[in-house]
Write a protein that binds this ligand. Structure first.
Ligand code: 1GP
Length: 240
């Protein structure tokens, strides 16, 4: 079954824009999940992503189980580490940090994940993950010990995304980083989108409807928002 990816493809082919709410297991108490997910259900969100750069073992498993009790939206893992893989989710973004040059995040972690994936039923979606500089150091940069691509190296960003597609990745994720000062620019989104046949995810620092609409208009198929919902749940209503 490839339901998660096929549903994304179907939505993109119809020109429907997708929105993922990112939940970081490190920042959410299990007891707050029910109320938060009720807001997600009433919003325009189409997906729930779960993941973080540093998460305690088992926290993701428990959190995903609790989320599933309260929603029918697809729950997709966006893991910072192998320990965050759980079969309770609907799918897994199998990330390769193709903007970086750290072999651990290009292939080593993926090899380590296989012994876990072999025994569980989880839709695995190969995803090229591209970190772009946003004005401040991000957790991804720190944890992965890689440099983001400078924002003004637009051709390099476009070529990196295309290389990911040519390597067989099924999604490209342009990441400015959690709480980014500058979200990914419309110019970058637009030029990357023009090169790709596969769906484009954009995230990091999107904290207003204006930013969200700009990302969609430039060509993002799916936008990921974490901090803006965490910091102020009334943001859900702003989007409706
Ligand atoms: C981070 O792209 C996501 O990995 C979302 O970022 O928390 O800034 O919305 P924000």
């Amino acid at each position: 079954m490839k339901a998660v990816y096929n549903n994304i493809l179907r939505a993109v082919s119809k020109g429907k824009k997708l929105l993922a709410v990112l939940i970081d297991p490190d920042k959410f108490k299990l007891s707050n999940i029910k109320g938060f997910i009720e807001k997600v259900n009433q919003s325009t969100a189409t997906h729930i992503f779960v993941g973080g750069s540093t998460v305690d073992d088992n926290a993701t498993d428990h959190l995903v189980a609790e989320i599933r009790v309260h929603t029918k939206l697809p729950v997709i893992l966006f893991p910072g580490d192998v320990s965050q893989i759980t079969e309770k989710a609907d799918g897994l973004l199998f990330l390769s940090l193709i903007s970086g040059r750290n072999p651990d995040y290009l292939i080593e972690k993926q090899v380590k994940a296989v012994s876990k994936l072999r025994h569980i039923e989880l839709e695995v979606i190969p995803t090229g993950y591209i970190l772009i500089e946003n004005g401040k150091e991000t957790a991804v940069q720190r944890v992965t010990d890689t440099l983001p691509v400078p924002r003004n190296h637009v051709q390099k960003i476009v070529d990196t995304a295309k290389a990911g597609e040519l390597l067989g990745m099924r999604l490209i994720y342009l990441e400015a980083g959690s709480g980014a000062l500058h979200p990914i620019t419309s110019e970058i989104i637009n030029l990357v989108k023009k090169e790709l046949q596969i769906p484009l995810i954009v995230g990091g620092g999107i904290r207003s409807k204006k930013y969200l609409d700009a990302a969609y208009k430039a060509g993002a198929d799916l936008v990921v928002i974490g901090n803006a919902f965490e910091n102020d749940e009334s943001f859900f209503e702003e989007l409706t």
